[in-house]
Design a protein around this ligand. Structure first.
Ligand SMILES: [Zn+2]
Length: 524
């Protein structure tokens, strides 16, 4: 049988140290059958083979995102994007356009406005929004803050009047003379309006998630770990698969609290859709000082954060995940949470042939690093989250220099032989895996923890595949592996470190099928 697809004149970065580079790849159906020179691959083609000359572009193994919330991402994509609006006039134009495509009476939800970017240097008010959209209720969230702007139709549907009390922890901007709301709601007061926005229908949710999956394919990603958040999301994944709307492979990670929803789950094609893990939350986050530490926060001496599960509860959860055949994915941010998670793993899982994953493992010390190594634990991180956290609060102020030095010490972990998997945490952070790689290579805080581009690429390919125990099927460009490939405009290991985020995704191939090319998703 001839090859179905041949990619020639490429710079193939295989991620296989035995054969790191090649010129061409031959694919038969869903498998890679040959890696080699243009001549070697051309010998396997005939008139039925689709041959693509990549003209020097770079092929890397299909990129894997180990932490994405697809349902929420899809919903965000349906919202009107206002980040480009440079004036209230422009915002009105965008709104007006959206209203023309929206059925009468249906809510218009937008996000991303920022009055500091507006020519008028003020927030949009009721009159501005009424003028643009009189018929549909409108709610527009500001960028990077819990503030929304609404129109009169939204106010009346939400039943908010001059007499409505302001909820604790919130603020309603009012006209100084009349006391009437001006249309700007802050913090908890935003719920006064949001509670009136109807929940999307099941069909709308499926369409939104399908859109999310298409965008993921366009970003060069061939496999994702879909971290479920809400009840009912598993149904959405199943429907997408049944309707042929999954252009990417999905490994579902189910929160422990929703484990019941997996009962009776059967996948007809586990290579494309499977439940892989159970998300178990051991503690909170450093930004809210809820991550569990052994010593108090430096900027809050009475506070050590707190464990959300007692050790016995954590052990029960891990054991249950293992007994169901799922990978335990333990969110442990602070050193106390990591220590407790490791104790549980050492007691319950050390004799089992299963890959255990700790999400974050942020605050570490040499002893914990050694135990992560001995336990062959995979550490899963989201590099843009790390950068955001370092940018928002100073790690040194919060933790002191000694602990901050070993906060997300990616280089130290890799030097110790620990595998790190990369993800985005989209939609909380941008989806782009090249941005994630860029962040690890260009890290600003404690630059001694910067990775090489090669190490960064491993996080999104072979080590991400290892994270879910799939390194024999994917994660490198190797003969016999699944034909999941990403074509990039440039080689991330050859460009200047600062240029990694500007690399473009040219093509995404999943299962030997071109699912996205030139930002056009091709759905079967
Ligand atoms: Zn997340």
């Amino acid at each position: 049988m001839s090859t179905t697809l041949a990619l020639i004149n490429a710079n193939v970065r295989t991620m296989n140290p035995q054969q790191p580079h090649a010129e061409a790849v031959a694919i038969r159906k869903n498998k890679i059958v040959k890696i080699g020179t243009n001549k070697e691959v051309s010998q396997l083609t005939d008139k039925r083979t689709k041959v693509i000359n990549l003209e020097g572009k770079t092929i890397v193994p299909g990129l894997i995102d180990t932490h994405v919330h697809v349902a929420d991402f899809g919903r965000c994509l349906l919202w009107l994007d206002l980040t480009s609006a440079s004036s209230i006039k422009e915002l009105q134009r965008l709104l007006n356009e959206k209203a023309k495509q929206t059925p009468a009476g249906k809510w218009i939800i937008g996000r991303g406005w920022n009055e500091t970017r507006f020519k008028e240097k003020r927030s949009p008010n009721l009159t501005d929004l009424d003028h643009a959209v009189p018929e549909n209720p409108v709610i527009l969230y500001r960028e990077a803050a819990m503030i929304c702007a609404v129109n009169s139709r939204a106010l009346s549907l939400a039943g908010v009047t001059q007499k409505t009390a302001t909820p604790p922890g919130g603020a309603v901007d009012r006209d100084t003379q009349t006391g009437r709301p001006t249309g700007i709601f802050r913090d908890t007061a935003t719920n006064l309006i949001w509670q009136a926005v109807p929940e999307p229908t099941a069909d709308e949710l499926v369409d939104a998630a399908a859109l999310g999956c298409r965008k993921i394919a366009e970003a060069g990603i061939t496999s994702i770990h879909w971290i479920l958040i809400s009840p009912g999301e598993l149904e959405i994944v199943k429907r997408l698969h049944a309707d042929g709307k999954l252009p990417i492979r999905v490994n579902v990670i189910v929160p422990y609290e929703l484990l019941k929803e997996t009962e009776g789950f059967r996948s007809s094609d586990t290579a494309m859709l499977r439940i892989g893990g159970v998300f178990i939350t051991a503690d909170g986050y450093l930004d809210s000082k809820t991550a569990a530490l052994t010593q108090p926060y430096k900027d809050d001496p009475g506070n050590c954060g707190k464990m959300l599960l007692r050790k016995i509860e954590l052990a029960t959860s891990v054991e249950q995940a293992l007994n169901l055949g799922f990978q335990p994915v333990v969110h442990a941010m602070g050193d106390k949470a990591v220590d407790t998670a490791l104790k549980v793993i050492e007691q319950t899982a050390s004799d089992r042939d299963v890959r255990i994953r700790i999400e974050q493992a942020a605050v570490l010390n040499q002893e914990l690093i050694e135990r992560l190594k001995v336990g062959r634990i995979v550490v899963s991180v989201q590099p843009t989250v790390i950068s955001t956290e370092f940018a928002v609060w100073s790690a040194v102020t919060r933790l002191g220099v000694k602990r901050a030095k070993l906060l997300h010490p990616l280089r130290t972990l890799i030097n110790a032989g620990i595998k790190i998997a990369g993800g985005s945490d989209c939609p909380m952070e941008p989806l782009n895996p090249l941005l994630g790689m860029y962040e690890t290579v260009n890290r600003a805080s404690f630059p001694e923890q910067r990775l090489t581009a090669e190490q960064a690429l491993r996080m999104y390919t072979i080590d991400a595949a290892y994270c879910s125990g799939e390194e024999k099927e994917k994660g490198s460009v190797d003969e016999g592996k699944l034909a999941d490939l990403t074509v990039l405009s440039q080689d991330p290991t050859c460009v200047e470190a600062a240029g990694i985020r500007d690399i473009k995704v040219e093509m995404t191939i999943v299962n030997g099928i071109i699912t996205s090319s030139g930002n056009q998703v091709i759905c079967s």
